[in-house]
Design a protein around this ligand. Sequence first.
Ligand SMILES: O=C(O)CCC(=O)C(=O)O
Length: 192
Amino acid sequence: MQNNIFKKETILNDISGKLELHHQFFSKKYFELLYQSIKWKEETISLFGKTYLQPRLLSFMGDKNICYIYSKKKYEASKWNPLVLEVKERIELFTKEKFNSCLCNLYRNGNDSMGMHSDNEPELGKNPIIASASFGATRKFKYRNEVISDFINLEDSSLLIMSGAFQHNFKHGIDKVKNAGARINLTFRKIL
Ligand SMILES: O=C(O)CCC(=O)C(=O)O
């Protein structure tokens, strides 16, 4: 049975973008199951002519023939993991939006991170809605523009919805931190 007792927090809701956080949105079962069942991969990233390993493990999945160009690298979607599909369906029921792909990130510990960036690739459309599900250790989600620099804690089983002009006006990322346990983040996207 789904847990429907969750708390909504509106972090940002104006012309610069919308950020909405739902605490305890998912059942607690997911972290371990996703950790075991997703085929996590090390991926490289090219920066200023040099190639580095990304500081986390990844998996990109989605509907047939979906590809995504992210950090100048093309990812072809693998088949949906049934649990990721279950999470997606729960989000779709709630948001009344449809998603066709998911970028899965595994932060193995506090040394893993994600640099500040915007998800503003043209294939996501003008004001994309991105649904971001977090499982496992709490990590700080930093976001900033020229005026605001703030963070929110993304706890286990929470759902963050980024929408409106957020990707055009803000960068976001996850810094390294001391002594964090593993965390999984699933970001559901609609690739046009
Ligand atoms: O791990 C997170 O919460 C951030 C994920 C993210 O920014 C992304 O996948 O683009």
